[in-house]
Design a protein around this ligand. Structure first.
Ligand SMILES: NC(=O)c1ccc[n+]([C@@H]2O[C@H](COP(=O)([O-])OP(=O)(O)OC[C@H]3O[C@@H](n4cnc5c(N)ncnc54)[C@H](OP(=O)(O)O)[C@@H]3O)[C@@H](O)[C@H]2O)c1
Length: 347
């Protein structure tokens, strides 16, 4: 197979680094170009990056020149993965789509546009039809496809099987979110060591709105009510989320655990290269999932659910779900979206 040539925008950041790790040796995609801000352009990746990731190193791109995040500067690539800050992404991603590139974005700027899908591939692969509509409406050959905010990606993967099997009336969520979620250098150490910060700017609104768009249809958001309370905690990677679900039908905790463990989506059915099997790992121990022990399940692409138990106050179930925020919640999800659209012949 001829590989698709890809570029990464925001390559020197936390999510950019995960793209570089996940694209190494990818069977369908060949990383050809890296772009970042003026601070980095014109230098090699090794000269400019402040690499903070464990695991795979960046040796394969060490000598690649970092280019400006402009369509003309990226040269001969077919699609781009974007890990740009939202305030930059809004215009830059549109410039790329207008110039004919398909953009797989991690930024929030376009997620709520009515003709832009927020794809979490096991959850709403059917929303991919919006790509054609977007091209028609905006009269551009490229496209913008977003993946959810990290917390939303992890949450919605665990909620989808419950919504389908039992229905949902209300959902409450309390998060414990890792430091890498704030990018680099992120939260100052004097603010977060020995502490929990009970506020993450715009996070609760994003989780609430995006989840309903993903779990409903682009025209009609899902109808259950959702309330999130988001906290920054001093873990490095892996968002832990406590979920409280009021179901429509009676839901026994053991039944819910079984539905979650058996769940598969289109990426698994199509056998996509980055699809985790299973996408949801259910643990029986009463003290799991834990960020340090569980965030790398299936290369960080699976979410891990535990402590599924009855919620007496709501009449439903409560559980914990953990996911790797820069992998399942960002770069890994974007790459799986690109695989999905390629397998469906949309790109
Ligand atoms: N971290 C997560 O867990 C996570 C999860 C889901 C989604 N996201 C989203 O993903 C995006 C990237 O997040 P991150 O955590 O990787 O942030 P980050 O570590 O701060 O990295 C930002 C990247 O964008 C580049 N950049 C900044 N300003 C630019 C400009 N004006 N033009 C071109 N490039 C520019 C930076 O390049 P320089 O190094 O040259 O400054 C760097 O490569 C954000 O939109 C974020 O909200 C993050």
């Amino acid at each position: 197979m001829v590989k698709v040539k890809v570029g990464v925008l925001g390559a020197t950041g936390m999510v950019g680094g995960r793209f570089i790790q996940f694209l190494k040796g990818h069977p369908w995609f060949e990383l050809q170009a890296l772009a970042a801000s003026e601070r980095s352009t014109g230098r090699t990746f090794a000269e400019t990056v402040k690499w903070k990731l464990e695991g795979e190193t960046f040796s394969q791109v060490a000598d690649m020149e970092v280019r400006p995040a402009e369509p003309k500067a990226l040269g001969d690539v077919d699609l781009v993965f974007s890990a740009l800050p939202a305030e930059v992404a809004h215009k830059v991603e549109e410039d790329f789509a207008r110039a004919g590139f398909t953009v797989f974005s991690n930024a929030s700027s376009h997620r709520m546009d009515p003709d832009v899908p927020i794809l979490n591939p096991e959850v709403n692969a059917d929303h991919a039809y919006l790509v054609e509509e977007q091209r028609r409406r905006r009269k551009w050959e490229g496209a913008i496809i977003t993946n959810p905010n990290c917390t939303t990606a992890i949450l919605t993967l665990s909620v989808k099987p419950i919504l389908d099997a039992f229905g949902l009336k209300r959902l409450f969520l309390v998060t414990m979110q890792a430091l890498s979620g704030a990018g680099y250098p992120g939260v100052p150490s004097l603010d977060i060591v020995d502490n929990v910060i009970p506020y993450i700017s715009r996070e609760e609104e994003k989780v609430e709105k995006e989840s309903l768009k993903i779990l409903g249809s682009p025209e009609k958001p899902a109808e259950f009510r959702i309330s999130a309370s988001c906290n920054r905690v001093p873990t490095l990677d892996g968002h832990l989320e406590a979920v409280f679900a009021e179901t429509e039908a009676e839901a026994e905790p053991a039944e819910v655990a079984e539905v979650l463990a058996k769940f598969e989506g289109e990426p698994q059915r199509l056998g996509l290269p980055t699809a985790p099997k299973p996408p949801i790992v259910v643990r029986a121990e009463m003290d799991r999932p834990q960020p340090r022990l569980d965030r790398w399940e299936n290369r960080g692409m699976s979410v891990v659910v535990g402590r599924v138990r009855r919620d007496a106050a709501l009449g439903g179930v409560k559980y914990l779900v953990l996911g790797h925020n820069t992998v399942r919640g960002a770069a890994g999800c974007s790459i799986l979206n690109a695989e999905l659209l390629k397998a469906k012949g949309i790109i």
